[in-house]
Design a protein around this ligand. Structure first.
Ligand code: NDP
Ligand code: ZN
Length: 351
């Protein structure tokens, strides 16, 4: 079968591979729609995960089941399915401890385009199909459904990590698709003032639609200073980091969050080291919590998040700025994620 792959660090292209085989608990799925992710760019061009060779890329997809293992109970060939980017081993001790995303080792629940071939192939393999797949809800458009693989669960997880509560003042740093879903999630969770940091106008406009009350452009000076100015020097209760740099952004987040506040990071730190400013962190005693996490996957999570779309509470399609039709456009879509033109939020490829 054909797949679009990371051939080596800094090199992508089409390759031929054996079609994956199906274990007793697994499924083989044919993608119906896929999307490239900023994480694919960190993986290929920043060496963030280390060297990978001839690994099919992509972890955001919706598909049709073509084969299931003998022990799979709830799915059959022909079912159209939501596929989370994170597909844990549910029996692992880490899963029993509540951290399924780290089943088998840190970040090991992230298998597609990390430890095994991803969804940019003619077929892909899903482990533990009953636990990791969810049925595509009737009538849901494929482009919105692809946002359930990663953008929605990741942005929402940033909100969970920051523990946004009713009436919190919140700053979301970065309003690419992940940050936009954090804005939407924070609004759903009851944020009051909701500051969103970014500079692409198209992202700022959509951030407002999702509930941002103020847009902060990081080109106009230190964002912590801007947030402090807007809050009368008090800062915000919660910060979600969904963009920016390791060195600069954490320092700003620590500076802008109140004592006792929480910072939830979902940004994939491709390079550099995190710097926590000593004084702004209360000389180590400020009760300013920093939590970072990979999104949660699995069937229940997919079904619950999908219900936000079917109930009309969340419309992820506002983020889709580029729609391609055909497998051959995966490369072009990925290059958009690399180059981030000003009119881009998120591309989708319908197959
Ligand atoms: P984008 O590149 O589309 O968005 C990044 C955002 O950060 C943009 O709004 C950008 O502004 C803003 N930004 C850039 N530089 C700065 C800066 N110096 N200070 C403040 N803001 C800045 O990324 P995505 O939304 O696609 O992804 C966000 C991150 O989430 C990525 O690192 C991705 O790999 C990661 N991710 C993490 C996952 C997880 O499970 N934890 C899963 C999926 C993705 P501008 O408007 O100027 O472009
Ligand atoms: Zn992704």
């Amino acid at each position: 079968m054909k797949g679009f792959a990371m051939i080596a660090p800094n090199q992508v292209g089409w390759i031929e591979k054996e079609r994956p085989t199906c274990g007793p608990l697994d499924a083989i799925v044919r993608p119906l729609a896929v999307a490239p992710c900023t994480s694919d760019i960190h993986t290929v061009y920043e060496g963030a995960l280390g060297d990978r060779f001839n690994m099919i890329l992509g972890h955001e997809g919706v598909g049709e089941v073509v084969e299931v293992g003998s022990l799979v109970k709830d799915f059959k060939p022909g079912d159209r399915v939501l596929v989370p980017a994170i597909t844990p081993d549910w029996g692992a001790v880490e899963s029993q401890a509540g951290y399924s995303v780290h089943s088998g080792g840190m970040l090991a629940g992230w298998k597609f385009s990390n430890f095994k071939d991803g969804v940019f192939g003619e077929f892909f393999h899903v482990n533990e199909a009953d636990a990791n797949l969810a049925l595509l809800p009737e009538g849901m458009d494929l482009a919105s459904a692809v946002m359930l693989a990663d953008m929605i669960p990741t942005g929402f997880h940033g909100v969970e990590l920051a523990d946004v509560q009713f009436g919190d003042k919140v700053c979301v740093i970065g309003i690419g698709p992940v940050g936009l879903m954090a804005v939407a999630g924070a609004a759903l969770r009851g944020a009051s003032d909701l500051y969103a940091v970014g500079s692409r106008k198209i992202c700022a406009d959509v951030a407002r639609e999702y509930g941002a009350t103020e847009i902060i452009d990081y080109h106009n000076g230190d964002i912590a200073e801007q947030v402090l100015a807007l809050t009368g020097g008090k800062g915000v209760d919660k910060v979600v980091i969904a963009g920016g740099t390791s060195e600069e952004t954490f320092a700003q987040a620590v500076k802008m969050v109140k004592a006792g506040g929480r910072i939830g990071n979902v940004n994939y730190l491709g390079s550099g080291d995190v710097i926590i400013p000593r004084v702004e962190w209360g000389c180590g005693m400020g009760h300013k919590t920093i939590a970072g996490g990979l999104m949660y996957g699995g069937r229940l999570r997919m079904e619950k998040l999908a219900s936000l779309i079917t109930s009309g509470r969340l419309d992820p399609s506002k983020m889709i700025t580029h729609t391609f039709h055909g497998f051959e456009y995966i490369e072009e879509a990925l290059m958009l994620m690399k180059n981030k033109p000003r009119d881009l939020i998120k591309p989708v490829v319908i197959l």
